[in-house]
Design a protein around this ligand. Sequence first.
Ligand code: RET
Length: 297
Amino acid sequence: MEEVLRKTTATTTGTAPTSFPTVTPDLPTFYFTDVASDTGKRTLWVVTVFMALSSLAFYGMAMRVPVQKRLFHVMTAFITTIAFISYFAMASGDGINFHVYKEKTTKHHTAVEVYSRQVYWARYVDWSLTTPLLLADLAFLAGLNGASMLVAIFADVIMVLTGLFAAFGNSDGQKWGYYTMGCAAYLVIVYQLAINGRTAISNKDTKTKTFFTMIAGYTLLLWTAYPIVWGIGDGARLMNVDAEVVCYAILDVLAKPIFGFWLLTTHDKMSRNTASIEGFWAYGLTQEGAIRVGDGA
Ligand code: RET
């Protein structure tokens, strides 16, 4: 920007007669902007509705099981609720910014060209909340220990944040630098799930083991598609915003509502094997201070 302004000033002052007032005529500016068309917008609305309906279904499913067996239902319903809000924001034109990634003056300094692309930052807000919940779903299913879970969730937050920074990166070095950090963080998650998760699941029953292997495999496959879409879309800008919106829409539906239905229906079917959470989760902190029958106030 500064460079463009400097160039503009240099050209005009160089050619303008000195006796004229020092008004610097602006060069004509041409904007090249990649924005979602109706296809993208319609896709966002369809996913918004899908996330809303899935959330209602998950809350309904939660109410049908005893509170002790409700953890997975509640977490999964939170995931689609957050996605619903984020999709509503994007579909209605919120949570989106223009990232200006190039400004240059044309060869003969006759015009300025400004290149920008829409960045849907609401996605990253969504991912920063929902991907830890998705990981927690899988970690609880595997019986992963707290230390491994903490590392996986920490790496996950780093992955999403560096992805956001990369999306607004000002130079290629910055953009791909952040992206590389995000990919490294992703490998930490893969390690926690694939290696430590498998170790944790090894002493569970065969049904749970098979189910974990399938759903964790499905998750890792889907999650790996995200950095690929990012690399081709926001990264290399070889894919336009519309195509990017459609790709993420498909992935998000598979990674949240479809994942959720699969997890919860299987969980309910295996309900004899699934953990029952008593204590605070089911009964509150302590009985102290509670009014007891016969206490006489
Ligand atoms: C980014 C860019 C930086 C490098 C990596 C990424 C991975 C993102 C992933 C997102 C998963 C999102 C899900 C959403 C739920 O619906 C941030 C794109 C590795 C794995 C599962």
